[in-house]
Design a binder for this molecule. Structure first.
Ligand code: AMP
Length: 421
């Protein structure tokens, strides 16, 4: 009978990789805490309506990538494809704005999108998300970008490029939309089917399209950056000024619209050549207006998401760095020795020493081979003869030296040596 494998696009994170994952997550928590962010944990499942209303009906995500099902025949639910909508939902549901006008929130966890799996693109992937709610100051945009870059740098990601853009606001977007629609008029037939269909709902989506024909057409299209109202223009200038204060280099990419409808004003992406086609490791932007659209007060917001799989695939951190070998390996020959080893091994574990022991029935040679393979720092060798003489051999696996120790106060002796090294 064949074994059952994981679902396509869903990936196991194996023990040899989890050390790095834990480190990355810990690093994110530490740096975000330095910048005043607090963790929020939100459900993986939400009402479908939440994503339709926030991400936008005409986006790839909502049109074809969501895992949606009818729950017991009466309600459509969706596995979250991103975190911002859920964070905002929770923020509004708990009226968090009434406790503090500014909230800095972060969350780490899996997201689900039914995309075509390829290198760097999965159907379940993980993100670190950070959101700042309640501040519309352009300096906040720079601060959010700063924390993101600070984290990526500390996670040992090199050759990063920051791209920024402004998508304008409700004031300037209509004139741009009109100019874009005028430009695309007559060219509809050359666009892909998706873009043709989305033209009426949101012509901006053409900028996000990956088909060669659409890219060719959009190359000469008007750009939102030339249509910004004075307020948006001023905001964008101040974001750039604030970035310069921290000597953060950036490129303005006027074609970057990002794949979600809720963005307004500043958007950004961090890209790197090392990722190939899926070149963005992180992205985000401002979404003033989203909270109001979701039925809440008119509170501004900005945030970003980092893809952990992509981050780990390009980080110079090595797996070995996070591998913690046992401090002590106990090799035991014979029943009495095995019994004592079992007791000592577990006693040591309860006082914080990482101990392992050899399996009964194996020769001393094969047990010591395993101690070597596990890179154990020390080994305790218990044989029948040693026990009857109230002794054991204690080996420093790194130095290759060995001494005889007495079994009285064994735990104390081992603790002293292991903790002292
Ligand atoms: P987005 O929410 O689309 O702005 O994506 C933010 C980040 O999440 C991207 O820059 C990627 O690093 C990561 N990401 C998005 N979609 C996927 C996916 N299907 N597989 C792996 N990582 C992804």
């Amino acid at each position: 009978m064949e074994i059952i494998t994981a679902v396509r696009g869903f990936k196991d994170i194996l023990p040899k990789e989890t050390g790095k994952w834990q480190y990355i997550e810990k690093l994110a928590r530490e740096i975000l805490a330095d910048f005043g962010f607090r963790e929020i944990r939100i459900p993986i499942l939400e009402k479908t309506e939440l994503f339709k209303r926030s991400i936008g009906e005409s986006t790839d995500i909502v049109e074809k990538e969501m895992y949606t099902f009818l729950d017991r025949g009466d309600e459509y639910l969706t596995l979250r494809p991103e975190a911002t909508a859920s964070v905002i939902r929770a923020y509004l549901e708990h009226a968090m704005y009434s406790q503090d006008p500014v909230a800095r929130l972060f969350t780490i966890g899996p997201m689900f999108r039914r995309e075509r799996p390829q290198k760097g693109r999965y159907r379940q992937f993980h993100q670190i998300n950070a959101e700042v709610l309640g501040l519309d100051d352009p300096r906040t945009d720079a601060e959010v970008i700063l924390v993101l870059l600070q984290f990526l740098m500390r996670a040992e990601i090199s050759d990063l490029r920051l791209q920024i853009n402004s998508l304008g606001c409700k004031e300037c977007r209509p004139s741009f939309r009109k100019a874009l629609s005028d430009f695309l008029r007559g060219k509809e037939g050359q666009l892909c089917k998706d873009c043709q269909r989305r033209l009426g709902a949101n012509p901006l989506r053409v900028f996000d399209c990956k088909t060669v024909d659409c890219i060719k057409i959009i190359n000469d299209a008007p750009q939102i950056i030339d249509f910004l109202c004075p307020d948006c223009m001023d905001h964008f200038t101040k974001v750039k000024e604030a970035l310069s204060m921290f000597e953060i280099g950036f490129e303005v990419n006027p074609k970057m619209v990002r794949g979600l409808d809720y963005y307004a004003k500043t958007t950004f992406e961090v890209v790197t050549e090392h990722l190939g086609a899926q070149n963005a490791v992180a992205g985000g932007g401002r979404y003033d207006g989203l909270l109001k659209d979701l039925g809440g007060p008119d509170i501004p917001g900005i945030g970003f998401a980092i893809g952990i799989e992509r981050l780990i695939s390009i980080s110079s951190l090595t797996d070995e760095k996070f591998f913690a070998p046992p401090q002590l390996f106990i090799a035991a020959i014979g029943d009495r020795a095995q019994k004592l080893a079992f007791y000592v091994c577990n006693r040591l574990r309860t006082i914080g020493i990482q101990a392992e022991m050899g399996y009964g029935g194996k020769s001393l040679k094969s047990q010591m081979k395993r101690a070597d393979k596990l890179f154990s720092r020390y080994a305790l060798i218990l044989g029948e003869r040693e026990i009857s003489e109230n002794k054991a051999e204690f080996r420093d696996m790194r130095q290759g030296t060995q001494e005889t120790i007495v079994l009285d106060h064994l735990e104390e002796t081992i603790t002293r040596i292991v903790k002292g090294s």
